[in-house]
Design a protein around this ligand. Sequence first.
Ligand SMILES: O=C(O)CCC(=O)C(=O)O
Ligand SMILES: [Fe+2]
Length: 352
Amino acid sequence: MEGDESSSSFPMGETAQEKGLSTHVPECYVIPTSHRPSLNPETAYVPVIDLVGFRDSSSRRSVTVNDIGNACRRYGFFQITNHGIDQFVLDGALSSAFDFFRLPTEEKAKFMSNDVHKPVRYGTSLKDGVDKIQFWRVFLKHYAYPLEDWVMSWPENPPAYREQMGRYAVEVRKLALEITGAITESLGIGAKYLSNKMEEGMQVMAVNCYPPCPQPGLALGLPSHSDYSCLTILLQSTSGLEILDTEDGKWRAVPELKGTLQVHVGDHVEVLSNGRYKSVVHRATLRKERTRISIASLHSLGMDEKMETAEELVDEEHPKGYKESSFRDFLNFLAKNDLAEGKGFIETLKIQ
Ligand SMILES: O=C(O)CCC(=O)C(=O)O
Ligand SMILES: [Fe+2]
C-alpha cells in the first residue's frame, strides 16, 4: 500500500509546478504506450435524454423509454437532463467531496483499507494493495442504502459531508430506480421487472478525486473497465470521462454539459438483457491544471441476490449467454484480481 501520496503531493487547485514539486510523473504511474490517452481526444456522441415529461405523460414516457433503449443498445451510456435533482444538491455533493479530499492525510487515513469488503474505505488507485500499476486517483467508497444504516460510518469531517452527500445519495437512488424501470421496460419485460429486488438493493458511492497531473498524456486516473452494477449514475465536477466505442474501438471524451448526469449500463444489465445491452467500457483521464472530482453511484441487487438473465430474453436464437452472480461474487472477484484491464468481471460470467 502506497499511502495517499498523490493527494498529499498535489493538493487541490495547485499544480505541481506551483508547489515546486516534480513536473514528471513517477515511473510507477506511467502506463504502457498503447494505453496512453490522447491529449486531444475526439468528442463522443452520446444521447442526451430529457426526463421532462417522462413522469407525467404516458406518450412522452414511451418515447423516452424507447430513446433509453436505443442508447443502451448502441452505447451502453447516455446523459440525462431535467432529472429532477436540484443544482444545489449536485453542487453540495461535489463540494463536500472536494472538502473531504482537502483534509490532512491523517484525517483521511482513518478510512484507509485494502479490504474490498469494507463498507467504507479510502484508498489510492483501482485496487490498492497488490497493483503493479498505480493510477492517479484517490477515492472514498461507501455504502449508501439504507442511508440510516450507513451514514454514521461516513466521515464526520468535513462537517457538511454526511448531510450533503446523504441528500444526493437519496435523490440519485430514486432516479436510478426509475431509470432501471425504463431500461427493463425497453427490454420488453416490464417496468417493474426488477423493482422489488432493486428496492432491497445495494447503493455504493465511489467518490473519486483526480489531482492535477504534470504529464496527463502518460497516466490515467482510472483504467479501462466496466462497472459491475446494474447501472451507475455519475456526477462530475468537470470533463475527463472517456468511453470506448465498440463499433470502431476508439476512445472518445464525454462532453461536459452542466447539470447533466451520466448513466452507465453496468455488467448486471448486460447479464439481465442476455447481451442485448452491453456494459460500457470507460476510463478517467487527467488534467494538468485542475483537480477533478467524480461521484459514481452504483446500483445493484442486494449483497447475495443473484442477477440472472431474464428467461423472456432467452430463446433458440438467443441462447443464455451469462451465468448468474451477486454483488458479493463481484467483491470476491475484486479481492483476487487486478482489474487494471478491460471488462474483467463480465468475462468470468460469459457462457462460452
Ligand atoms: O471518474 C470517472 O469519470 C469515472 C469513475 C468510474 O468509472 C467509477 O468510479 O467506476
Ligand atoms: Fe466506472
